[in-house]
Design a protein around this ligand. Sequence first.
Ligand SMILES: Cc1cc2nc3c(=O)[nH]c(=O)nc-3n(C[C@H](O)[C@H](O)[C@H](O)COP(=O)(O)OP(=O)(O)OC[C@H]3O[C@@H](n4cnc5c(N)ncnc54)[C@H](O)[C@@H]3O)c2cc1C
Ligand code: FES
Length: 506
Amino acid sequence: MAEDQAGPDLSQGVSLAELPDGGKLVGHVGDEAVLLARQGAEAFAVGAHCTHYHGPLVDGLIVDGSVRCPWHHACFDLCTGEAVRAPAFSSLDTWTVEQRDGKLFVGEKRARPGAKPRAASGGPNRIVIVGGGAAGFAAAEMLRRQKYGGEIVMLSSDDAPPVDRPNLSKDYLAGSAPEEWVALYPLSFYSDNAIDLRLRCAVAGVDVGAREIALATGARLPFDRLLLATGAEPVHPSIRGAKPSDVLVLRSLDDSRAIIERAKTTRRAAVLGASFIGLEVAASLRARNIEVHVVAPEQRPMERILGADFGEFVRTLHEEHGVVFHLQTTATAIDGKQVRLSDGSVIEADFVVAGLGVRPRVGLAESAGLRVDRGVVVDAYLETTAQGIFAAGDIARWPDTHSGDSIRVEHWVVAERQGQTAALNMLGGRERFSAVPFFWSQHYDIPINYVGHAEQWDELPVEGSIAGKDCLVRFKREGRTLAVASIFRDLESLEAEVSLEREQAR
Ligand SMILES: Cc1cc2nc3c(=O)[nH]c(=O)nc-3n(C[C@H](O)[C@H](O)[C@H](O)COP(=O)(O)OP(=O)(O)OC[C@H]3O[C@@H](n4cnc5c(N)ncnc54)[C@H](O)[C@@H]3O)c2cc1C
Ligand code: FES
């Protein structure tokens, strides 16, 4: 039987007793997999798989007329199928459901109703988006979803249209995802939606008074609303004897291609940095059978973000896959194929990749006179200190209602959701950005999900077993849960997200 025909034939009816309030089950209609869900007196039938990476929605969570995906927390409206929260953008199909004789019958597939516009109609004539990454793409997509009829110009210094950046250190780099999967949407998406995407187009300045953008070519472009979504750039280490070309970094598709090219003809790599990017690169290079040495100053990988026990687990996991760690040391010199470390040891490496963190690209905002404080300062609506100019993604520092602090994070889903909120507000909406931060990271076959934001904690209770790869770790301060990290506890991670949201809503 095909995977999509597993479970009951929902057109033949499912007893109400099998589907209590809040329940869901997966079955099929014809050859399509369908999720049947009940909330109160209502029942809904939608496509069974998330439109992001095909996550099984039957393992997700039903909340207030929506279903959340267990893998990366996208959210779909059960009534319309709309992908109301990134990282999914495409809607789910929906079917009619009829209740008779104590049973639910799934009927015809419905025509897609299209999104219900949430922002005020009308709006500005031209919206300019600087940045062709997560936040910029999500903003442009949301503007058209809202039926915005004005001009959208998206300026990106990248060579490629918006890409699935997280994939660049994971399956694509490991060789298990083809390059066709990397673009978020094909180029035709932009022309079909009248999004004027200009690649290799660097913006050199913003004239706030004249409401104009200055391009690096000298041309100028007026705007009515502006979104700055310039992301972040990798830190390049300064190491004795190393030319910039001796140390690769990873941010763009071209960067990932360059690492793959080196890996094709060499045997040994040194990775500088033991945080997310460095370790994902290490895992992907091991999948290509490259000998990998990771060099980092900390005692345990990722300890600062995930705590000591998780750090120990991550280290062991990578060691089991053949990674050699050189911790509490740093690279001091590169001499041909030798990397010298501060502890006096020497590593043989054919190439070096640095994953030493990023710096937000705040130069445009700074020179335009916008307020910058370790990021571009925005209010709860993601508007900068200049009216009509918004910022989103890795550059934005926003007032986080949950922690009460102003925070800036470097997470894919946060950048996309901020792009979506900024789009609504550029159209005259008044949506606060209140999403609880979420990120995921993948190491071999182990996904780590993290929801919330905790820079410091005084208690780290562990449910389950980290070493057993089945755990939920709570980051608590003064008795309050600030964040939750988990492995294979997807439902509980979603429940933690909802409880963090409800707590901040109070
Ligand atoms: C390899 C890799 C893997 C990652 N994996 C994960 C993950 O698993 N989970 C997770 O949560 N996060 C992950 N991240 C982080 C995530 O990708 C970022 O948080 C996210 O991309 C930020 O989105 P953004 O729109 O702010 O910036 P970006 O996506 O970086 O986009 C910025 C855009 O601005 C353009 N730009 C910059 N300056 C200018 C200018 N002057 N003129 C014109 N254009 C300009 C750039 O060319 C780019 O198109 C990963 C990052 C990388 C690099
Ligand atoms: S697979 Fe559903 S959010 Fe990624």
